[in-house]
Write a new protein. Structure first.
Length: 408
């Protein structure tokens, strides 16, 4: 069984071994004979990236999951949509959006995927874009619940939302305003379709979605699928009507349902993590976010620690909690400037004095008492806590600033 069959239900017989098509080179259009203002230069640059067209279109690929991501941008307004992003490709997508100087209106998904987690929440955090998904999917953190027939505008252009359930209850397809291209997610794939045997799948429903919503588009409408594993990156309504072995040609609904209900495919191997992740719109688990505040180093004992170099650079955003005695704190060893004294024996009773709105880095002379204090704070429910690795003695050895009681 190939990854192809695992994720979408395409069988080897339906997947020719053609070589993956290379992306076309970007056409550079040069305006050589007219003076160009700065604002014009910006627009012309995007027009060049779009091959001289008023619409920029990019098809991106995640080889790990065989997922296609699509970027659409209206060149005059620079407003863009991203369809079916992949969590692990966030930096790739964000870099492209920033280099092209696009305003991302929304990151939208065709459905709650079972084989990869969407990058929508990360994009929302990075750009402020909306998170779009079918309202029927019922996912959290969606800011733009989508319904059949709605138009989602980006600049002067828009995509129409078409409800195409059957692979999942919440599957939608996006049709470009001029009906020259459509993004069918997993409802219709190149010479195949999404499986119907889990996630509320229903072969009868999928038959109706494809025949009534996708095959009703113009024959020349290009169809861009959610996945492919063999290099087939685009098809057309005419081709699928003619050659899709499951529902093209003379196939009837009974033929299609008989095919789909007898595929006996194993579940996608990532389903256990992908589905819950997508029901949060790609927002990481709360614990993961809590750990993401700093480049924590876990000691072999499991203690979260931070090196002095990171702490000194971020200390204005932290509470530096010193758990030595008051004598040490005010003694000749000095202390980290601005640190808060709470001796270890008093920590449990006085932990309410630690500001709740910022992470805590705990310090003592060598890192030993502070390790215990870190564990106590974590056990008490504080999440963003770390031990200063090597304590104050390493801090001093590495030349970082100290203050004394007299100086302060
Ligand atoms: Fe899917």
């Amino acid at each position: 069984m190939t990854i192809n069959a695992l994720c979408t239900g395409l069988t080897e017989a339906e997947a020719p071994t053609c070589v993956f098509a290379l992306y076309a080179a970007i056409v550079i259009a040069v305006c050589a004979f007219r003076p160009v203002t700065v604002a014009q230069a910006s627009v012309l640059s995007l027009a060049a990236a779009a091959g001289g067209n008023a619409l920029l279109f990019r098809q991106l690929f995640d080889a790990e999951t065989g997922t296609f991501t699509y970027l659409l941008a209206d060149v005059p307004s620079r407003r863009a949509l991203l369809i079916d992003s992949v969590f692990e490709q966030h930096q790739r997508d964000l870099s492209l959006i920033r280099e092209l100087d696009l305003e991302l209106v929304a990151s939208i998904d065709t459905h709650a995927h079972a084989d990869h987690v969407t990058g929508s929440w990360l994009l929302h955090q990075a750009t402020g874009c909306a998170i779009g998904l079918a309202a029927a999917a019922g996912a959290d953190n969606v800011t733009l619940p989508l319904h059949h027939g709605e138009r989602l505008a980006f600049g002067e252009r828009f995509v129409e939302v078409r409800s195409t359930p059957g692979h999942t209850d919440g599957c939608i397809s996006f049709v470009l305003d001029d009906r020259t291209m459509a993004f069918s997610g997993d409802a219709l794939l190149v010479r195949g379709c999404g499986r119907c045997d889990f996630q509320q799948g229903n072969a009868h429903t999928l038959w109706r979605s494809i025949t009534e919503q996708i095959f009703s588009l113009p024959d020349a409408c290009l169809l861009y699928p959610g996945h492919d594993y063999t290099g087939r990156n685009v098809t057309s309504v005419a081709e699928e009507k003619a050659f899709n072995a499951r529902l093209g040609g003379s196939a009837t609904e009974r033929d299609f349902v008989g095919h789909m209900e007898n595929m006996k495919l194993p579940h996608p191997h990532k389903i256990a993590e992908a589905l819950p992740g997508n029901m949060r719109s790609g927002k990481p688990r709360q614990e993961a976010i809590e750990e993401a505040w700093a480049p924590l180093i876990r000691s072999y004992a499991g203690l979260p620690e931070l090196p002095p170099a990171w702490v000194v650079e971020h200390r204005t955003q932290l509470t530096i909690l010193d758990v030595r005695s008051a004598e040490e704190f005010n003694g000749p060893d000095g202390r980290v400037p601005g640190s808060l004294l709470l001796p270890l024996p008093e920590l449990e009773q006085r932990s309410g004095e630690i500001p709740a709105d910022r992470p805590v880095v705990v310090v003592c002379h060598s890192g030993s008492r502070s390790a215990l204090a870190t564990q106590q704070l974590l056990k008490a429910g504080r999440c963003q806590v770390a031990n200063l690795r090597g304590g104050l003695s390493r801090w001093r050895d590495e030349g970082y600033p100290l203050e004394s009681a007299t100086a302060s």
